[in-house]
Design a protein around this ligand. Structure first.
Ligand SMILES: Cc1cc2nc3c(=O)[nH]c(=O)nc-3n(C[C@H](O)[C@H](O)[C@H](O)COP(=O)(O)OP(=O)(O)OC[C@H]3O[C@@H](n4cnc5c(N)ncnc54)[C@H](O)[C@@H]3O)c2cc1C
Length: 500
């Protein structure tokens, strides 16, 4: 076996990345401290962008089954006109992180990822000649040194990979929000109506009670004004939860048992570099912020989908210059915008009485469609757009809504049958999507890394032909003044020299 890529952390980022590598025949070793899949995964909101990325790999369909959807997309609890985003798009779904992780674990195993539970990365060293990285892994069997081509730290916000690589985790030191998250046993008839759904106190503190089954409820409290030591990260008791719920809803929570309960506290950080030599970081290891609008999972999955095909291109020897470096450029921007918009939302939420005028002002701004669309795209991980620019090529029409983004969820008719546009990406290759009806794009078939799909134009205003990178990002289209020359430039930029 050729040297593998070692991925540290079997959370959403690490699992998705391992799948992205393995689907492209890159051997991947995925290690995690936990003895098996953890129950205590806190997330439960999966937004439109995350679902689209999962759809591109055929992983989302089962996740939608039996879920409820959030009726609105909100920014700091102000309604956004999500319908104004170029669509169709779908709402945020309530899906437990543990359910997403199970889907990804099953897929990783199916693809042959070497998944090693109860294994901790304790250190690593990059070869002086830059040819690889040797990692030290500790498990019950002892310590093992393993040489790999690349090391990717998806090991959460306390990332040892980031720390040992000497990458700064830049942000605010103050802890803005503390709270308790977990699952508790309940008798439905004992739960007060105000303890279901998301509620805010007059001050802006929050409580969410979400029934997971007739007798289990996911609880999430968020208090801006609490202080340690009571709220240090770590296990929480039913009594501490009870006190928090009383403060937030004014009523006792009659939970009979805690399945798991944890204190959490949130700082805001974005790593200065997402790559150092052969070492990368992704997910919370690269950026962390208060969980809002499903952006934690969205940015984690977004990093993995952005990085996987680029590492694979290097391993298989067809990566154009700078492809791997584009990971930092594109994803650091996404991390920065996630941290920024969430900090801004928190400032608009707390303390509510002081934020009142800013909220009113924001309400006025939201009457402008462009503001609405920008925010709605960012908070649902439909944005930010990847900055797509080619040297010596003038930008296409101003205000382009497609370049650098994923396509909306449109259905197309292909020779292989009716499918969502995301399905054309399931092989993991780029896609030249010819909706023109005249098969003109077929001429550019010298790039085996991009497959060509032809279909009559669906009833939308999409351009005639589009080039999608393997992560779904539109890298070229002919709707804004770019033609075949620019298409060839785009193909070379992302897929290297033609081989056909
Ligand atoms: C209270 C709370 C609620 C949240 N709710 C939402 C939500 O509704 N929607 C949303 O999108 N996001 C939410 N988030 C954020 C979301 O949970 C995270 O963004 C997401 O888990 C990040 O995934 P990750 O894979 O980067 O890291 P993690 O999920 O932190 O996974 C890191 C993994 O690395 C492993 N690891 C660490 N160190 C090592 C080592 N040295 N060796 C081996 N393994 C190691 C850990 O065991 C862990 O499994 C929430 C977060 C919190 C705290």
């Amino acid at each position: 076996m050729s040297e593998p890529v070692v991925v540290v952390g079997a959370g959403p980022a690490g699992l998705m990345l391992a799948c992205e590598l393995a689907m492209r025949d890159v051997p991947a070793v995925l290690v995690d401290i936990h003895p098996t899949q953890r129950a205590e995964a806190p997330a439960m909101a999966i937004n439109a962008g995350t679902l689209e990325m999962l759809d591109q790999r055929g992983l989302a369909a089962g996740l939608r089954e039996g879920t409820v959807t959030f009726p609105e997309v909100r920014f700091a609890d102000l309604r956004l006109a999500f319908e104004k985003v170029q669509g169709p798009r779908e709402p945020t779904h309530m899906v437990l992180q543990s359910r997403l992780e199970k889907v990804l674990i099953d897929r990783a195993v199916e693809l042959g990822v070497d998944l090693r539970w109860a294994t901790r990365l304790t250190g690593f060293e990059e070869a002086a000649d830059g040819s690889g990285v040797t990692v030290t892994l500790a498990s019950d069997a002892g310590e093992e040194q393993l040489r790999c081509r690349y090391l990717v730290g998806c090991d959460g916000r306390e990332s040892i990979v980031r720390k040992q690589a000497g990458i700064d985790y830049v942000g605010d030191d103050w802890v803005i929000v503390r709270g308790i998250v977990g699952d508790v046993a309940i008798n439905r008839e004992d739960v007060a109506p105000e303890q279901y759904g998301l509620s805010y106190t007059d001050n802006g503190d929050q409580f969410l009670g979400a029934p997971l089954s007739p007798d289990v409820m996911r609880v999430f409290s968020a208090e801006f004004s609490t202080e340690p030591p009571e709220f240090e990260d770590g296990p929480a008791t039913l009594e501490q939860l009870g006190d928090a719920v009383k403060r937030l809803t004014g009523k006792e929570l009659k939970a009979t048992e805690a399945h798991w309960l944890q204190h959490y506290s949130i700082v805001t950080r974005n790593a200065e570099q997402y790559r150092k030599g052969r070492v990368f970081i992704a997910g919370d290891a690269a950026h962390v912020h208060y969980p809002y609008n499903g952006q934690g999972l969205g940015t984690a999955i977004g990093d993995a989908v952005n990085l996987g095909w680029k590492i694979a291109a290097e391993v298989h020897g067809w990566a154009p210059a700078d492809l791997l470096d584009s990971y930092h450029v594109e994803r650091h921007l996404a991390g920065r915008l996630a941290c920024m918009n969430i900090q801004a939302q928190l400032a608009l939420l707390y303390p509510r009485p002081l934020a009142r005028y800013m909220r009113e002002m924001m309400g006025e701004f939201l009457k402008f469609d462009e503001v609405n669309v920008f925010l709605a795209e960012i908070v649902t991980n439909l944005g930010p757009a990847v900055p797509i620019a080619y040297e010596g090529v003038p930008e296409p029409v101003e205000g382009d809504r497609l370049l650098g983004r994923r396509l909306p969820k449109v259905q197309i008719k292909t020779a292989d049958g009716d499918m969502g546009v995301a399905e054309t990406l399931q092989s993991g290759r780029g896609v030249l999507l010819d909706l023109s009806g005249d098969a003109s794009a077929q001429e550019e078939s010298g790039w085996p890394t991009a497959s060509t799909w032809s279909a009559p134009k669906p009833g939308t205003d999409l351009p005639g032909t589009l080039l999608l990178r393997p992560d779904g990002c539109v890298a070229w289209h002919d709707g804004g003044g770019w033609g075949q020359d620019e298409l060839r430039t785009a193909l070379r930029t992302w897929f290297g020299a033609p081989t056909g």
